[in-house]
Write a protein that binds this ligand. Structure first.
Ligand code: HEM
Length: 202
């Protein structure tokens, strides 16, 4: 068992490192990009490109870590029936969606992702979602391996029971579906109407 679980641990630490780097570089861009000093603005450009590469590599390692989590840790019956690991599977999938969309938006928009407020807002929201889900999945990993997590005080403060399925009440589920549909239709309309092309210099 020890050797088995280790592959998941190594791949998890790897993608956590790379995706935290990507998040840190995006925050560095926010701090440095508007500097009057050219060398600081150059640093912001390097940070933006580092974030892009780290997000791509981190996403790839996240997928491998999840596969290792599914197939090289506990017996399959235990992995797919234990509430804790089912929560991890759900949060990992959400994290892949956030980082996947972030990489797609950066690939489509290039460095002009920072010149259009709507796209910049989306990019930062995806960064926040991606980071939060990685922290949550990693902390549940510490709970699963009975080593605890630094987020324990946070979970306690929010009276969050880690061993209960993270299910949202139905009304919230339906509202999220409606919001997602509205945002998707709006995004297509913006894309097709060219309204999002303001400042396009790709
Ligand atoms: C399909 C998704 C995943 C499954 C099924 C899964 C499953 C597991 C299981 C069963 C353990 C306990 C292993 C043991 O007993 O030592 C574990 C530990 C762990 N997992 Fe995951 N995991 C998944 C995704 C993730 C992700 C996305 C992360 C990181 C963000 C992560 C980070 C960890 C960590 C840090 C540990 C503790 C490792 C240790 O210190 O021994 N896991 N995971």
């Amino acid at each position: 068992m020890e050797l088995h679980g280790m592959l998941h641990t190594i791949l998890s630490e790897l993608h956590i490192g790379m995706l935290v780097l990507a998040t840190g570089m995006i925050i560095l861009w926010l701090i440095a990009a508007r500097s009057r000093r050219e060398e600081i603005r150059t640093l912001a450009i390097i940070a933006d490109r580092t974030a892009y590469v780290a997000a791509i590599a981190g996403l790839a390692a996240l997928v491998l870590a999840a596969l290792a989590g599914l197939y090289t840790t506990w017996e399959w019956e235990a992995v797919q029936s234990t509430v804790l690991t089912r929560n991890k599977i759900m949060i990992s999938a959400l994290s892949m969606a956030f980082w996947g969309m972030l990489v797609y938006v950066r690939a489509r928009q290039g460095e002009h992702v920072w010149q259009r407020p709507a796209i910049t807002g989306l990019y930062l929201a995806l960064t926040l979602g991606g980071f939060a889900t990685i922290v949550l999945a990693g902390s549940l990993g510490g709970v699963a391996s009975l080593k605890g997590t630094i987020l324990d005080p946070f979970f306690d403060a929010l009276k969050l029971n880690r061993y209960v399925m993270l299910v949202l009440p139905q009304p919230i589920n339906y509202s999220l579906i409606v919001v997602t549909l509205v945002v998707t239709v709006w995004s297509f309309w913006v894309a097709r109407s060219g309204k999002g092309d303001r400042g396009k210099a790709r």
